[in-house]
Structures are given as C-alpha cells and as structure tokens.
Design a protein around this ligand. Structure first.
Ligand SMILES: Cc1cc2nc3c(=O)[nH]c(=O)nc-3n(C[C@H](O)[C@H](O)[C@H](O)COP(=O)(O)OP(=O)(O)OC[C@H]3O[C@@H](n4cnc5c(N)ncnc54)[C@H](O)[C@@H]3O)c2cc1C
Length: 373
C-alpha cells in the first residue's frame, strides 16, 4: 500500500526538520523518515534565544520573508493544537544614549513603512506594559506587537508527535554518514545503522549541512557563528505582558541584554544582537549576565544562573537562507538558515509545497543554493 508513496528522508530534528516533517506528513502521498544523530533539538534549536521577529531583518525582501513567517506562527499553533511553548506579547526595547536612540527612531520609521506593527512608546507606556521594570534612563523606547518567543523543545516535540501520528518514522541517535548516488540522484541515505532508500533527501542538519552536502558534491558554504544564551533556575513571573525585552547597555563596556521567560519560570538571557559572536560559557559570564538582568528586573530575586554550552548558529556564508533543490544532485533539498525559529512555519509549509507538489515558490528565489555555484 505504501510502495507508491514518495519517500522523503529528512536529516536533522531541529525546528526546521521538525516543521518540514510535520507539514510533509500531512500529505497522503508522502512517507516521511526523520534521522537525528542525537536527540531532537540538540543543535542550534536547543541553544537559541528563539525570538521570532522581523525587527532587524534587511533588506526588505528578507524582512518580508521573516514577517510572513512570523505571522504564520499563529496559524501553525492553531493547526498543531497542543502546547508548543509559544509566548505572545511582543518585544519591548529602549535606548539610554542619544545616538542609539536616533538609530532606534529611524529603524521604527523604516519598518513601519514596511508595514511592521511597531511603534515608539513613552517611559510611562513601558511601565504600564511591565510595571516591575527598572529601565533607568530612557531616551527612546519601542514596542513591536507581533513578536513572540517559542520554547523550541516543546515545538519540536509536538511537530514530531503529529508527524508520527500520520505515519512518519523518527530515528534518534542515528547519524547520517553518506549517500548512495545513482544517475545524479540520491537513491539511499547511509547511516551508522542502515541504509534508507529515498526519493527526496532534505538536509535540515544545521551547521553539519555543509559537510553532508559536500558528500553529494553540493557546495553550501557557511561561516562560524557561536553564541551564548544562558539559562536560570525558575523564578517569579518577571515579564507580565511582553514576550521579549531588549535592555539598553548600562555603560559603554556592555552590550544590550535580551531576556525572555519560559512557562516554568526560568529565564533565557543573552547579550548583543541576534547574530552576536560569544564563546564565553563560563559560570562567571552567566552570573554577570544575570546580575545585569536583576538591575532591570529586581523581581528575578534568587534565581541562579546556569551556564550553557556555546550554540553554533547555522549561518550561510552571506547570512541569508539556503533553500531548495541542488543542481549537483537533483533530489537533494537544502534547508539551512539563521533565524530558523522565525522562519520555521514558512519554510516548513513552503518546502512541503516544493517537495510534494514540484512547485517552485517565488519567495525563495533569492535564497537558492546555486548562488554559491
Ligand atoms: C545563540 C543563538 C541564538 C539564536 N537566536 C535566535 C533568535 O532569537 N531567533 C531566531 O529566529 N533564531 C535564532 N537563532 C537561530 C536558530 O536557532 C536557528 O536558525 C535554528 O535553530 C536552526 O534550526 P535547524 O533545525 O536548521 O538546525 P539545528 O537546530 O541545528 O538542527 C540540526 C539537527 O541536525 C542534526 N544533525 C546534524 N548532522 C547530522 C547527521 N550527520 N545525521 C543526523 N542528524 C544530524 C543535529 O544533531 C541537529 O539536531 C539562534 C541561534 C543561536 C545558536
């Protein structure tokens, strides 16, 4: 009965592989197998700050891609119909320095023109949104209504559960080691345990995508992008309304601080931008970030900082997503990107349209693998 179904093997169970597995498994004619060398979420997805947004995304096409996907989170949450760890409430940020305040005002003006639901707010409005915040000096502040954050382990777990309910098979602790290539196509995926015959292979393997693609003679270059998001022990609710805050640096020796709170009360805290390079996974660094966060939110109280290992962002060489079939091997589909938490709903759904219906989605035209030819 299953022999006529298109066999799709997905390599990697992060947010991208999980979203694609969910959407593909909703199609009757597709048999989905997902191979994960570790446990689901072990890669960048489990180390992410997981703020879904289009705030700092440039140029406009890329902003629009992220914006579309951000808006799709709401529908995906409805379809999955389970607790996927989505936190609504928007993002609030502020600046205490006149130069950076000017940049913030200009950014808000720019993305408002692009139709992004955001606005400048007063200090009073900030405190109405978050009464327990101690922001210090505020020269300019903004609020972006549509932004959310996501608990990636919950999201991945629900996608895989829904996929398995539709017959998908997930193999954990199964590392892909190569491909059997016949007549320019992948005929089977080799792993440490077995070979998996396939009609299509999706590489959603994060930073390992480059190495795996090279085994099939496809060139998908990346840059190294280490980052740190620390965890804390659970504490009282410190963010009552907004999902994410970006706090101004306390002085010129520090970067912006970003913070979100999970359902269990624990916090995730990072510094700098969403692409900032950081390799310091020491307890000392974790303690320092938490101390700075407590200055803005004293209600954090006795929470303890838990250092987390460096996370490596999947980061294509030019910083933009790589999505689509390769020229080198016609049935090898690449899904490699930074901002994968923001982009997962759109990539999951539209990659499915490309794989299941053989359509070519125009939105992905700037992001095809052959630009690295
Ligand atoms: C510090 C940090 C902060 C970030 N902040 C944000 C943010 O605020 N907002 C946002 O949108 N994005 C953010 N990102 C980026 C985002 O997390 C990633 O783009 C996203 O998680 C990528 O998901 P993925 O599924 O493509 O890759 P991954 O989550 O890395 O998953 C790839 C999976 O493939 C598996 N794999 C690899 N090789 C093999 C193999 N040979 N065989 C089988 N399995 C294999 C890995 O074990 C892994 O589980 C951040 C990332 C980091 C590290």
């Amino acid at each position: 009965m299953n022999s006529n179904r298109k066999k799709v093997v997905i390599v990697g169970a992060g947010v991208i592989g999980a979203a694609i597995a969910y959407h593909l498994s909703q199609r009757d004619g597709i048999a989905v197998t997902l191979l994960e060398r570790d446990i689901p979420g072990a890669g960048a997805s489990g180390h992410s700050f997981a703020w879904a947004n289009a705030f700092g995304k440039d140029p406009r096409d890329y902003h629009t891609l992220n914006r579309r996907s951000l808006d799709m989170w709401y529908r995906l949450a409805h379809q999955l119909d389970a607790d996927i760890g989505i936190h609504y409430g928007g993002e609030m940020r502020w600046e205490n320095d006149p130069q950076r305040a000017t940049q913030l005002r200009q950014r808000i003006q720019q993305i408002q023109m692009w139709g992004y639901p955001c606005r400048l707010i007063t200090r009073d409005e900030m405190l109405t949104l978050e009464p327990h915040l101690h922001p210090g000096t505020v020269v300019a502040a903004s609020f972006s209504d549509a932004d959310i954050h996501v608990e990636t382990d919950r999201f991945i777990g629900v996608c895989l559960q829904r996929a398995c309910e539709r017959g998908a098979v997930v193999h954990q602790q199964t590392s892909v080691t190569g491909f059997v290539i016949r007549n320019g196509s992948v005929a089977a995926v080799k792993t440490t345990d077995a070979e998996f015959p396939c009609d299509v292979v999706v590489l959603a393997s994060g930073v390992q995508t480059t190495e795996l693609a090279s085994l099939a003679q496809a060139h998908i270059p990346q840059q190294r992008s280490p980052g740190i998001v620390i965890k804390t022990t659970p504490c009282a609710t410190v963010l009552h309304n907004v999902a994410v805050i970006h706090a101004a640096p306390t002085d010129e020796n520090h970067q912006h601080l970003h913070l979100r709170q999970l359902a269990d009360g624990s916090l995730r805290i990072g510094q700098g931008t969403q692409e900032g390079i950081n390799r310091d996974d020491s307890q000392q660094h974790a303690d320092a970030l938490l101390t700075r966060a407590k200055a803005y939110l004293p209600a954090i109280g006795d929470a303890k900082a838990i250092p987390t290992p460096v996370g490596y962002r999947p980061m294509p060489l030019d910083g933009f997503p790589v999505i689509g079939f390769t020229e080198a091997v016609q049935n090898l589909y690449i899904a490699l990107m930074h901002s994968g938490v923001t982009l997962a709903p759109l990539v999951g759904e539209m990659a499915t349209v490309e794989i299941a219906d053989s359509a070519r989605v125009d939105w992905f035209a700037p992001y095809r693998p052959e630009r690295f030819r």
